[in-house]
Design a protein around this ligand. Structure first.
Ligand code: ADP
Length: 581
């Protein structure tokens, strides 16, 4: 259901749409009217130009012909013996549009002419009472052109009377007849069929009607009075001998048949004044407008298509651009996320390191202090008991020496780790027999191995050749790994040392069946200061530096070290060493 508000919105919307449509229609109509009047004006000007050209042509051509006759009519040498026969023939030939040219002697008798078959020799104007024009030129001495008269052949023609003089003496006249059919070819409008020409004389009589509808000689104004509106003004202007444009409505029993546009221009030919008009329906203008609109429409369609094409092209480019931007932003965001998380990880590590350092300090102080306490106790005992027996004295001194060793080991570890950190650890590489080195290390640890009841299995390939490495550091690696194996195994455990010979490297694994290491701890045990359980470590001793030093020694010589382990089942440390220099 419509509520009150949405109904009002709808009405408002409809009103706005109506207003928009009506203003578009109004503007369109206004533009159309303006366009029409401009095109109509242009069209009429073109038509007037054509009319003027045709009238000028006719006028010039008619006047030229008469001038030809005037030239020979003013011969000072008098009437030639052939009565102008040869002159008239030349004029006839040059003019090319006379029906006939004749010479009427002083007494009004036709005495010569051309072409001879049309010349009524001996015809006397006075006897036949046709001397009016002859008399007129005789009196005025001017050329006289008659209204078109019916010729013997049924055709109409204008008679041109040119007085002939010898000095001041009147010697008769030339008559030249121009037939209307010769002129017609010059009126004909070479345009579309809906335009036609008509020619009026100075009294408004129709001399020629190209449409063929009306009889020549008819008074055009009277004829068109009832069947047109506005034409009478045009005819009046034509009779006045002016030139211009006009339009009128063609009527049929009072109703409009069509509107016609007329352009007219005068033809002045001696005493004759004619007016040529060309008329065409104003629907011609509409036809032109339609063709203009059609062209405009085509241009508009092409432009729209072009714009659509260009804009879609731009849209595609922008779309791709925005996509690539989006992708770039995604990538950058991802990078930021990654660097953020690595920062967080680094932060976490730093915190862990800080914690480890604190722990390390307490371990180191403990580790440094414990031997000192033992040494102090033993030393005090010896000072107070001068008389103690040799065995006891020796035991006390052993304690002192062991603790000095323990402390110097601790100091050595600290020095090693600092060298590794600052990349200052030096390796003295030499040919080292790996089996001998293992045996040597086992000898060093013999006491503690025995104390823990550890069984040690060593497996070295028989053809094992010496490798180039730092022997003391290798011993240090074995000591650390074996010490750990002892520390983190129950009594009477087993240790296995297996050496495998590779192409470039030897692979050494040290396994025990001790307490093992959990998967989380495995990732960290090579970190310096790291101890899985510092409290238990305190029991077994150690600073959390052993594996860091081992890793530093191995990697410092181009090798690798890995560990695999399982809780309660034992651990295996595998390291590789380069065989050659
Ligand atoms: P420490 O000098 O304290 O032994 P290490 O760097 O050598 O330090 O070892 C780090 C930690 O790794 C030890 O504290 C211990 O928890 C664990 N660990 C090392 N070797 C073994 C092993 N063979 N079995 C079980 N745990 C081990």
């Amino acid at each position: 259901m419509w509520n009150q508000r949405s109904r009002w919105n709808l009405i408002l919307f409809a009103v706005i749409v109506l207003l928009l449509i009506s203003s578009i229609v109004f503007l369109w109509m206004k533009t159309n009217i303006e366009v029409r009047s401009v095109v109509e004006e242009q069209y009429q000007n073109q038509q007037l130009l054509l009319t003027r050209q045709i009238s000028d042509n006719i006028e010039r051509s008619l006047n030229e012909k008469v001038v030809l006759l005037e030239v020979i009519a003013k011969k000072d040498t008098g009437v030639p013996p052939d009565n102008f026969s040869s002159d008239l023939k030349s004029v006839y030939d040059v003019a090319g549009m006379f029906y006939v040219v004749e010479y009427v002697a002083e007494d009004g008798t036709i005495v010569s002419g051309y072409p001879q078959e049309y010349v009524p020799y001996g015809f006397n104007l006075y006897e036949n009472k046709q001397h009016r024009a002859f008399e007129r030129v005789k009196e005025t001495g001017d050329v006289y052109i008659t209204d078109p008269l019916r010729l013997m052949e049924g055709n109409y023609g204008s008679f041109i009377w040119v007085p002939v003089y010898e000095g001041d003496d009147f010697k008769g006249a030339f008559i030249a007849i121009i037939s209307e059919s010769d002129l017609k070819s010059r009126y004909v409008v070479e345009s579309n069929s809906s335009s036609y020409a008509y020619l009026l004389d100075e009294r408004g009589r129709l001399l020629y009607d190209e449409s063929g509808e009306y009889e020549r000689g008819i008074n055009y104004a009277e004829l068109m009075n009832s069947s047109s509106s506005g034409l009478l003004d045009i005819i009046a202007a034509q009779i006045n001998g002016t030139e211009g444009n006009g339009k009128y409505l063609l009527l049929d029993n009072g109703s409009i048949v069509e509107e016609r546009l007329v352009s007219y221009s005068p033809i002045n030919w001696y005493n004759q004044q004619w007016s040529l008009a060309i008329t065409s329906p104003s629907s011609e203008v509409d036809r032109l407008i339609v063709s203009v609109y059609l062209k405009l429409f085509i241009v508009a369609v092409v432009s729209v298509l072009f714009i659509v094409f260009v804009s879609s092209f731009i849209v595609v480019i922008l779309f791709n651009w925005s996509k690539s931007l989006e992708k770039e932003v995604d990538e950058k965001t991802q990078e930021l996320k990654e660097s953020n998380s690595s920062l967080r990880e680094a932060n976490r590590k730093l915190k862990e390191l800080d914690r480890l350092k604190t722990e390390f300090l307490s371990i180191v102080s403990h580790e440094l202090k414990t031997p000192l306490t033992a040494m102090r106790t033993s030393s005090e005992f010896l000072r107070e008991n001068d008389a103690c027996d040799t065995t006891l004295r020796r035991q006390m001194l052993d304690i002192v020496i062991r603790n000095i060793d323990r402390q110097s080991r601790m100091v050595d570890d600290l020095l090693d780790i600092s060298r590794i950190e600052s990349n200052r650890m030096r390796f003295h590489r030499e040919a080292v027999d790996i089996e001998d080195t293992i045996k040597f290390t086992l000898g060093l640890l013999d006491a503690s191995l025995k104390e823990a009841g550890m069984k040690v299995h060593v497996n070295v390939p028989e053809d094992m050749k010496p490798i180039y490495t730092d022997k003391d550091k290798l011993v240090q690696v074995f000591v650390n790994l074996l010490n750990n194996a002892v520390k983190f195994s129950k009594k009477n455990g087993a240790i296995s040392i297996v050496v495998e010979n590779g192409e470039e490297f030897v692979k050494v694994s040290v396994s025990d069946n001790g307490i093992g290491i959990g998967p989380e701890e495995l990732k960290k045990i090579f970190d310096k200061f790291y101890q899985i359980d510092s409290t238990s470590t305190r029991k077994v001793g150690g600073s959390g530096l052993g594996l860091s030093i081992v890793k530093g020694i191995i990697e410092g010589q181009g090798g690798t070290i890995t560990v695999s382990s399982e809780y309660g089942r034992g651990s295996t440390f595998v390291f590789t060493l380069k065989k050659d220099r």
